[in-house]
Each structure stands twice: as C-alpha cells, then as structure tokens.
Design a protein around this ligand. Structure first.
Ligand code: IMP
Length: 209
C-alpha cells in the first residue's frame, strides 16, 4: 500500500500551526512542520505584499524540503492607518516583542480615533508550492473593529483587540473551533482545500506508476 504524502505547513508560529492542524484535517496528506522536518532556515520576508511573502516562503521551503508546502502570510489591516500594519504585522512594534507589546503599540497609534473609524480586517494569503516549482495562492478576510483595550485568552497575535460585531466578542474570546469557522485563515483554507485535494490525487497516481 502506498504511504500518504506529506504536506509541510511552513510556520514556526504555534498559533497558526494549531489552527491548521484542524483546518486541514481530512485531506489526503500527513501534515508535518518545519520543526518536524528539522528545518531551521529562516526565509526572509522581503516582499511588499502578503501574497509575495507567502509565495516566497512556500517556494523556498518546498525546495528545501522536497515536499508540497503550504505557507501563509497574514496580518491586520487598519483603515485609520491606511491598511497598516498589513504585511508588517509581526514586526510592527519591532523585532522580538511580545503580542502584548504589539497590541499596546497599535492601540497607542489609534489613541483618540473614535469607534466608528476603527474598522479593520484580518487577511490571510496562503501559498501552496510544489518542489517542482508550481505555486498557487488563495486568500480570506475577516472584518471587525479594533477595540479600545484587550480581552480574552484564546488565539494569538492581535486577537484580544479584534472585536467581531456580529458575535459581540473579541476573536480571543472564541474557542479554536469557533475561530476556525469564521477567521481569515479558515476562509483561505477553505479555498486551499480543492487545490490540495488535486495535488493529493496526483501524488497517489504518481505512486502507482
Ligand atoms: P507572519 O508570520 O508574517 O504571517 O505574521 C503574522 C502576524 O500577523 C502575526 O505575528 C500576528 O501578529 C498577526 N496575525 C496573523 N494572523 C493572526 C490571527 O489569526 N490573529 C491575530 N493576529 C494574527
């Protein structure tokens, strides 16, 4: 019997990895991670958009690992800041800062901005690359409002300050299952599923030759 092909989820962010473990369940792949493949190389994100960064990461890690690879670049776009921090979300308050410091930095930037002008969205761009150099992307967004303070223990990153009007809750107040029903990452992963199904089929076919 042929073994299930591996899919490398190329992230060191434990929050993302937890979400993908459930978002990608049921696909014809065994999921693996950079840590699982003992890959320690850091791919620099030099693109000016999330799409460029996601493609850069997925293609580089697919070449390094020889595996079909999924990478995501994601972040928060705040209307009152002309879409910032966007692709700079992780580094917005500097390198090696905590999620709390990142949130405090953003809240300080929005000091005095009224509720009705605090619209924002999380965006996630997924790139799926093969070691042969094929790459496809898909994306998802989740609309909300940057709250005035932080609340909730779930999720990661900016989740405690992201208010979801339809649920009257912060993203960080949702369980993993609830976040995975509505998030930007969940919406992008939903679109990634058929691409991965097809790649899984092709792998299975190749193994029969
Ligand atoms: P990346 O590793 O360059 O994609 O960085 C993404 C950064 O955006 C993370 O470090 C978080 O600060 C933020 N981010 C991305 N997705 C989420 C999310 O689902 N919730 C909260 N913050 C997120």
């Amino acid at each position: 019997m042929s073994e299930q092909a591996k899919l490398l989820v190329a992230s060191n962010n434990l929050g993302k990895l937890r979400e993908y473990a459930s978002l990608l369940s049921g696909l014809p792949f065994e999921l693996t991670t950079l840590a699982g493949e003992r890959i320690t190389d850091e791919i620099e994100e030099t693109g000016s958009s999330m799409e460029q960064n996601a493609i850069q990461k997925a293609t580089a890690y697919a070449a390094l690992s020889g595996l079909i690879t999924l990478a995501d670049d994601s972040g928060l776009e705040v209307d009152a800041l002309d879409g910032e921090p966007g692709s700079l979300s992780r580094r917005y308050a500097g390198e090696n800062v905590s999620d709390m410091e990142r949130m405090d930095y953003l809240l300080a930037k929005l000091d005095g901005v009224p509720w009705e002008a605090r619209g924002a969205r999380f965006r996630c761009v997924i790139a799926i690359a093969t070691p042969e150099g094929r790459v496809e992307t898909c994306q998802g967004v989740c609309e909300g409002i940057v709250a005035l303070d932080s609340k909730g223990e779930g999720g990661f990153g900016y989740d405690p300050i992201f208010y979801l009007p339809e649920l009257d809750k912060r993203m960080a107040e949702l369980t993993l299952e609830e976040k995975n029903r509505i998030s930007h990452r969940a919406r992008a992963a939903q679109k990634a599923r058929p691409i991965l199904e097809l790649l899984g089929e092709q792998k299975r076919y190749d193994q029969t030759l």
